[in-house]
Design a binder for this molecule. Sequence first.
Ligand code: KG4
Ligand code: ZN
Length: 319
Amino acid sequence: MDSEKNVRINLVSSQILRHKPYGGVVPEIASRAHLEMISPLVAKAFEETQMEPGQIDLVAATRGPGLASSLLIGLSFAKGLSLSLGKPFIGINHLHGHLLSPLLSGQIPAGALFPNISLIVSGGHTLLLHTRSSDDYTKIGSTLDDAAGEAFDKVAKLIGLEYPGGPMVDTIGASGNPHAFEFPRGLSKHQNYHFSFSGLKTAIRYFLEKQPADFIQKNLADICASAQEAICEVLVSKTIRAAMDHGVKVITVSGGVSCNTRLRHLFEANCARENIRLFLCPPLFSTDNAAMIALVASYLSDKGIKPGLDEDIAPNLGF
Ligand code: KG4
Ligand code: ZN
């Protein structure tokens, strides 16, 4: 990232193929892959941008929340790099990265983003925040059980799709009827901003148990579309209600699940109807990436927040 906050390079080493056979992330495999990939990836970033180490102002890494063994590798490597370059180091909250990631589109006019209601929907978190500036936010809601991405992945597993199932449900559901089956919308009638997705997975499991053997195969697109609708509808309606209740006319959506085509469409249609300005994170920066971490580091450094090598990993870091 340069001083104008433009992304110079954003490299991702995907581990999905390594975890696929196990149906989820295996911590030992994740940390080994981090160890193998981090050095060549950083070398490639220097090579492709033709930057000299002296051109770096600040080194940042995620300190939490996340898997301890993977965080440790990223943080230790970044601290080592910072020492060897003689540049400051700063540890960043992963969720702060998702929060500011819509800015990476480079298309948000100055002053247009705040205040807003921010929805962060990832594999590990579902959060609703009232955000007043890049580092001033209040959590107003979260999931009481499964995260939205986890719900997508669990539903996908139930119907026999491979990990991570979210993108598959999205693709297959595109040709299905979202109202073919009515699955529960967790906490949709409650006047709070919390979410609950574990009931959906259980409801779908009981529903499928009662069906004939070839039911899933024959109704795959409709099942995907209907499950997706149950997740998306409640995310959209609660986020819009939060904006109205707080007198805010801007909504942002970020995190891996914000790639979802149906979620994006529902947000676009509903925000247009309610005259709310919507900033969706670009899909490229929705799933986990380094650019969003560099962006937060750059904002915090502009605000004079002191970096420090004494920052340790925090696997359960709150937000
Ligand atoms: O933000 P992220 O990359 O990692 C975490 O911080 O958790 O989010 C990953 C999650 C996974 O659960 C994945 O299934 C979900 O985002 N996801 C999607 C889509 N793309 C990724 N869920 C639904 N539709 C998608 N297109
Ligand atoms: Zn994430």
